[in-house]
Write a new protein. Structure first.
Length: 530
């Protein structure tokens, strides 16, 4: 099922809407916060202007006299008239003067433009302990000017400003107060904020619409054209049709369009070249496969190879790496009482190594069956392989000829791995002796050979370096010690059981690491004549 994708138009539109909302919220919030604090500061300054002007107009020496006598005079009514006129022309809710006492306060003046005013000498309890504390905090010289927010069932939610009234001796005797309606203040600020937010939203909407139109013209439409053109290009890669994209934005998108047109031409050329290379690669792969099949087919693969011979048991295996190599084993009857065992490793990989292996195998077998000793076989094959060997290839060979009736054998080792021998009542051990040089390296040399004798129950194990040089992901080699451990864990096993056990031990060690070389092994167990 094809995965559903969002178009760049929808993505861009969503991004612009989210950005616009974020911009409106951020900008509006900043403006609103600044306006709120600015308005609160202005209202505070305005309220204290009223209280200071009233406190400055009142003679503090007369205040207590009015409270005691409760007899107003012309001066009293003049101040009251002033307060009424100020209240009438402003947004002041209550404009009054009072004298604070310990348990309550006494009104001296109270503008009566609004309902709920208090008469001269009227007592009233404090709204709260906080209100009382704030009131007495004002009754000192140069008190801090701070708006006090108070909520009362009678007067509602009000914001109050207080200024002290001093007598001629500099003592605070009363307080000039202004009460503003807090809900009125909040409503006026909220209305203004709403207007600001709507204005910002409108301006942002217009700006984003213009921006989106520009983006659609300069970016979205050209990209949509690129997408359509790319699909068309893919559908016609194998045709000779000339491809072009009509985009003229004068920026990177136009450069991208030109790059796609160039890529179309390059891809068509590359596809033609790739087709030719693929055909050639398939041909080489087929040849390598055939070479590998030929290589495997040249090795004896039927076991037991001599079911009528009870004097010995024999098993061999070659596990090839991915690339065709030159490992090989061989065994054959020289005559009715002699068997030859061969383990060899050709230098290099690929088809040349496979061909060199095939020639080497044939030459070794032919010369051995002609009656030559192992050293003579090595000398003859060395001479034959050096003749016309322009590639410089060589082969390491371990060759043994064993007399079946007696167990006596002659072996020649031309640069190959040391063999491993297990006596009937012992363990597998490496048998070391001096090698001769590899075959096809030096012309005219004499090869060494050694005599040995196998007793009934003895076993020979020979192998190529693909066993000991098997490498794990830590770049560690399997090595000779691990090989001996694996052999001796299964030392009583028959050859056909021993070799698979050895392969399992190698696989466990190597793990996920790739096999770089052929793994070739041969095990010969001598039973003797019965």
């Amino acid at each position: 099922m094809k995965k559903k994708t969002n178009s760049i138009k929808n993505t861009m539109l969503k991004s612009i809407v989210i950005f616009a909302i974020a911009l409106v919220v951020a900008t509006g919030s900043l403006v609103c916060v600044q306006y709120y604090f600015s308005q609160m500061k202005n209202l505070s300054n305005q309220a204290f202007d009223y209280t200071r002007s009233l406190a400055g107009a009142i003679n503090g020496d007369e205040v207590l006299n009015y409270v005691e006598t409760l007899e107003p005079d012309d001066y009293y009514y003049g101040i009251l008239a002033y307060m009424n006129s100020v209240q009438r022309e402003t947004n002041i809710k209550y404009y009054y003067v009072f004298v604070p006492y310990e348990n309550d306060l006494v009104y001296v003046w109270d503008a009566y433009y609004e309902e709920g005013y208090c008469e001269l000498g009227e007592h009233e309890a404090y709204m709260s302990e906080e209100s009382k504390a704030a009131t007495f905090a004002v009754m000192r010289k140069d008190p801090p000017e701070k708006i006090s927010l108070q909520r009362d069932e009678k007067y509602g939610f009000i914001a109050s400003a207080y200024s002290p009234i001093f007598n001629s001796e500099g003592e605070a005797v009363a307080i000039a107060a202004v009460d503003l309606s807090a809900p009125y203040i909040g409503k006026s600020i909220l209305n203004y904020i709403l207007i600001i937010m709507l204005s910002i939203f409108g301006i942002t909407l217009i700006a984003m619409t213009l921006f989106y139109s520009l983006i659609e013209k300069r970016l979205i439409n050209p990209i949509r054209m690129l997408r359509t053109s790319a699909d068309e290009m893919i559908n016609h890669l194998e045709s000779d049709r000339k491809f072009d994209i009509d985009i003229h934005t004068g920026d990177e998108i136009e450069d991208l369009a030109g790059a796609i047109v160039k890529m179309d031409g390059d891809l068509k050329s590359y596809i033609k070249e790739l087709s030719a290379v693929t055909i050639e690669k398939e041909r080489i792969g087929t040849e390598l496969h055939i070479a590998q099949r030929i290589q495997e087919g040249m090795l004896p693969s039927i076991f037991p190879p001599y079911p009528d011979r009870e004097e010995f048991n024999l098993y061999a295996a070659m596990i090839p790496a991915k690339e065709v190599g030159g490992d090989f084993y061989d065994f054959f009857m020289v005559d009715d009482d002699h068997i030859a065992l061969v383990m060899a490793d050709v230098s290099g990989k690929g088809v040349p190594a496979a061909l060199f292996m095939a020639i080497s195998k044939i030459l070794i077998k032919t010369n051995t069956q002609s009656g030559k000793s192992p050293a003579e076989v090595m000398a003859k094959v060395n001479s034959q392989l050096l003749d016309g060997n322009d590639t410089g290839m060589f082969v390491t060979v371990w060759l043994a000829v064993i007399e079946i009736s007696t167990g006596k054998g002659i072996v020649s080792n031309a640069g190959h791995e040391h063999p491993v021998l297990k006596k009937a009542d012992g363990s597998y051990e490496v048998i070391e002796y001096r090698h001769s040089p590899a075959v096809a390296t030096i012309d005219g040399i004499n090869f060494r050979e050694h005599e040995f004798t196998l007793e009934p129950g003895d076993s020979l194990f020979v192998y190529t370096d693909g066993v000991t040089e098997a490498t794990n992901i830590k770049e560690e080699l399997f090595g000779e010690d691990r090989m001996l451990d694996a052999l001796n864990r299964n030392k009583d096993a028959q050859p056909e059981e021993l070799l698979p056990a050895m392969k399992n031990a190698i696989d466990e060690f190597v793990g996920e690491a790739p096999q770089f070389d052929d793994i070739t092994m041969l095990c010969f167990k001598y039973k003797g004549k019965k």
